[in-house]
Write a protein that binds this ligand. Structure first.
Ligand code: ACM
Ligand code: ZN
Length: 560
């Protein structure tokens, strides 16, 4: 090869490497955003300059309105503590001021707000206190991450970049779930989780309170539910679908007292998060049966389960005592939780014990039911009827479609989307939680380098590109899709620390799915905002997953 040819090769190689590095950079170099807001606001107009919060920044808010007085208290806690600034209330203040103003002219869905940051004034306006709270969450994200400290932080420039934002949610149901049955998490963690939902404008926390492996809510009328049902002898240390099983030999348990539940409900209310409590029936009820074996078809004995899976011991649908028990339990539950919805489970209920039970078979005959699926439907409809007398509406997993839907039920579509499609076509409300995109107990990275999880593969990008409205629905049917929810089943998450690792940042991606208009989302823009958001998570002590490498963030058609 002569020198000229060599030169040509050389040039070609350089050209190629420049081309490749440019292409690579365009996709993969993620710069932190000036406005690191998650979920992305519907409309954001960048403005030059900053507002600097200082000792004399006033708070202009109508303290005669109790809802606003509560927001003022929130401002003093969230913004006053770390800055050390008093945010003195002053209704006349027009400069160096944070204005929080109710304005009925501001249209849009629940939680809409305007945020205007000018060099001498920050204005948040909304037609509801919820909207103002969401405006404050946006402001929180625009401030330095030290705003998350619960102690005074000195020597910080408390600057907010100027901006004009008009924002409203796409969906009315923006949820996250947590299973406290498989593992139990203290009240402090539940509050932290709720605060993280509020930070990203999610408005429902689905609290999965009863399971085969533990009953976690105090019920005064049935003390054995927690005395017996909240504790198991030991816990599986290996995968639930692999043999041999190895157990840890350690007793395990815990539950929330009714006082603790009231405290959490109040904490959530102040953050505009509604709690949906779940009391599972007729399946996933081993812990309740261990406490009250007369409620099962065989009379037991039953045990609080020590491994993961689906168990054949379920409430007897032929025994009136079962319904008396559940009505008593639900009566206490509705006193504790003021929200419209009660989740009654309904999933994964094997029919073996009903098939062999004379009482269940007698019920099928007496009610003219076709089979055990219709018996399950009878069960759920009877519970729905009871809850409607308390002005509460049921949510159930998509198995409640089998044997006929209860008339007012909302369906959570988890075995893919077909349950959601079927329910919407029957004009029932739907919350989408398909395992493929919304189960944050699935792996988010190569299992070879991850802690044990149940299975699956749901990387951040797959969650981000999730579209909650199934293509099978027409415009009218699509209106029944209330939103979506991320589910966190905790078989393989023994600590809150691990829950955070599995839930974040996937929950951040989902927050954008349910808030931001479909055509307005942008993956790389999301990643760039995430850079700033991570700092807030870190400052909040959140053990979020750090492993989103280049191959996981590069646009991948397979995950869209
Ligand atoms: C479920 O994941 N069993 C609803
Ligand atoms: Zn029975």
């Amino acid at each position: 090869m002569n020198i000229r040819t060599l030169n040509r090769y050389f040039l070609f190689a350089i050209l190629l490497s420049i081309l490749f590095s440019c292409a690579g950079q365009e996709e993969l170099k993620i710069e932190p955003a000036r406005y690191p807001i998650i979920p992305k606001p519907q409309k954001l107009v960048e403005q030059p300059g900053v507002f600097r919060i200082n000792d004399s920044t006033a708070l202009n808010i109508d303290m005669n309105n109790p809802e606003l007085a509560e927001l003022a208290e929130y401002v003093h806690q969230q913004f006053g503590v770390p800055t050390g600034f008093p945010f003195t209330e002053n209704n006349k203040a027009e400069q160096n001021v944070l204005v929080l103003r109710l304005d009925s002219r501001i249209k849009g869905k629940e939680g809409s707000y305007l945020l205007k940051v000018e060099p001498d004034k920050i204005t948040i306006a909304a037609s509801t206190a919820r909207g103002l709270f969401y405006g404050l969450q946006t402001l929180r994200q625009l401030l330095p991450y030290a705003i998350e400290s619960r102690d005074l932080v000195e020597n910080v420039n408390w600057e907010v970049p100027c901006v004009e934002i008009e924002d409203e949610p796409r969906f009315v149901y923006r949820g996250m779930h947590l299973d406290v049955g498989r593992h139990f998490f203290p009240v402090s963690f539940i509050k932290k989780y709720i605060d993280l939902l509020a930070l990203q404008k999610m408005n429902y926390f689905h609290w999965h309170l009863t399971e085969d492996q533990g009953w976690r809510i105090e019920i005064k009328k049935y003390p054995k539910l927690t005395r017996v049902g909240a504790y198991r002898k030991q816990t599986l240390n290996t995968h639930g679908a692999e043999k041999p099983f190895i157990f840890d030999g350690q007793p395990y348990g815990g539950f929330y007292t009714q006082d603790q539940i009231r405290e959490v409900v109040e904490y959530a209310r102040k953050r505009f998060v509604t709690i949906v409590p779940e009391i599972e029936m007729p399946g996933h009820s081993s812990a309740a049966l261990a406490a009250y074996p007369e409620l099962g078809c065989t009379g037991g004995p039953y045990k609080v389960q020590e491994r993961w899976g689906i168990f054949k011991d379920v409430y007897c649908a032929g025994n009136e005592k079962t319904f008396q028990f559940l009505e008593d339990v639900l009566s206490e539950v509705v006193e504790l939780f003021p929200g419209k919805y009660i989740h009654i489970g309904g999933d994964e209920c094997p029919k073996d014990s009903w098939k062999a039970c004379p009482k269940c078979q007698a019920r099928i005959k007496a009610e003219g039911l076709k089979d055990e699926h219709e018996l399950q439907s009878y069960f759920i409809q009877r519970i729905e009827k009871f809850l409607l007398t308390k002005n509460r509406y049921i949510i159930g997993w998509d198995e409640i479609l089998e044997g006929g839907l209860a008339p007012q039920a909302t369906v959570m579509s988890w075995r893919g989307i077909k349950g959601g499609v079927a329910a919407a076509k029957q004009h029932h409300d739907v919350i989408m939680t398909p395992g493929t995109h919304c189960y944050f107990d699935h792996y988010q990275n190569d299992p070879a380098v991850e802690p044990l999880a149940i299975g699956g593969f749901t990387p951040l990008q797959k969650v981000y590109f999730y579209e909650p409205v199934p293509a099978e629905l027409n415009e009218q049917e699509a209106k029944y899709i209330l939103g979506a929810q991320g589910n966190v089943w905790t078989e393989y998450m023994p600590t809150g620390h691990h829950v955070e690792y599995m839930a974040f940042p996937r929950a951040c991606a989902l927050a954008e799915v349910v808030w931001t208009a479909k055509g307005h989302k942008n993956w790389f823009d999301f990643l760039s905002r995430l850079q700033g958001y991570y700092k807030h998570l870190y400052a909040l002590g959140v053990n979020y997953f750090r492993g989103n490498r280049g191959d996981l963030i590069k646009l991948n058609k397979e995950w869209q």
